[in-house]
Design a protein around this ligand. Structure first.
Ligand code: SF4
Ligand code: SF4
Length: 124
């Protein structure tokens, strides 16, 4: 079961997770052209080997260990992670559409600073 990136990554996007991933399954990297266009990063669900290295590397606790562990308010972003394929404009657009819908639907949570957003999910 793949790891999932969720909304504290939005506005953070520092790629600390990319630097520690042993199989390069988190995209886009800073050196990829899509980086400037994406609102957050995504984990390829079939390439992730469930090693867990990215979780402590993330400064805003944006990464969950499984779909089941991902909070209800963030389940829409499971699909965004599943869809995104680096180098494919269509899947990037579809994933970004989900992310923008998430931002619009969760304005209270998104108003919380990224570093406090993971904890804030329990209040909404
Ligand atoms: S769990 Fe491991 S393989 Fe999967 S995204 Fe995180 S660092 Fe990469
Ligand atoms: S470490 Fe966390 S905030 Fe940084 S890019 Fe990865 S998931 Fe996003």
């Amino acid at each position: 079961m793949p790891f999932i990136i969720t909304d504290p990554c939005i506005e953070t996007k520092d790629t600390a997770c990319v630097d520690v991933c042993p199989v390069d399954c988190i995209h886009p990297r800073k050196d990829e052209p899509e980086f400037a266009q994406t609102t957050m990063l995504y984990i390829h669900p079939e390439e992730c080997i469930d090693c867990g290295a990215c979780v402590p590397a993330c400064p805003v606790a944006a990464i969950y260990e499984s779909i089941d562990a991902t909070p209800a308010h963030q389940q829409d972003l499971v699909e965004a992670n599943a869809i995104y394929r680096n180098g494919d404009a269509d899947t990037m657009a579809r994933a970004e559409e989900i992310v923008q819908a998430h931002i619009a639907a969760h304005s209270e949570i998104m108003a919380v600073p990224a570093a406090e957003r993971q904890a804030a999910h329990a209040r909404f």
